[in-house]
Design a protein around this ligand. Structure first.
Ligand code: FES
Ligand code: FES
Length: 153
């Protein structure tokens, strides 16, 4: 089927099999490799994107379900060379090690801060509980979200 999706504000099209995941289509058909493919089972959050403004695991969404809808990936957060404040905060807080989890965590943190501009530790940890990181121990990730929240206030 021919699918049409708005990705990061631009209309894109591709021929896809209806059973393909949105994650596969983004990475392999549409050229958006920011969302990572780790488990393909909705367990790790590395593929997190916003679908019509709702945080989803792109590996669990069929591309057919996204046809005609709007997707924001980590690539859509920066403004040219200017990082989104959450991206910058992850860098400044030292919350990036191997970086594999980072795109999903950044998208999930952006989603959280849009809902709660000044979350406490528990709220951050709960909101990011679906995003697994094997490297950092999470403390610096929580710090990064606080840092990003501080830029706002
Ligand atoms: S790749 Fe989608 S949740 Fe792990
Ligand atoms: S920084 Fe390596 S998995 Fe999170």
């Amino acid at each position: 089927m021919r699918i049409q999706i708005e990705v990061n504000g631009a209309a894109v099209e591709a021929d896809c099999w209806e059973g393909e995941s949105l994650l596969f289509a983004l990475r392999e058909k549409l050229g958006f490799a920011g969302a990572k493919n780790a488990c393909e089972q909705g367990e790790c959050g590395s593929c997190s994107v916003l679908l019509d403004g709702t945080l989803v695991c792109a590996c669990l969404v069929l591309v057919a379900q996204a046809d005609g809808h709007s997707v924001v990936t980590v690539e859509g957060l920066a403004d040219g060379d200017d990082l989104h404040r959450v991206q910058q905060a992850f860098v400044d807080a030292g919350a990036v090690q191997c970086g594999f989890c980072t795109p999903g965590l950044v998208v999930a943190a952006v989603d959280l801060l849009e809902r709660d501009p000044d979350p406490d530790d528990e709220t951050i940890r709960e909101a990011l509980a679906g995003n697994l990181c094997r490297c950092t121990g999470y403390r610096k990730i929580v710090d990064a979200v606080h840092l990003a929240a501080g830029v706002v206030s």
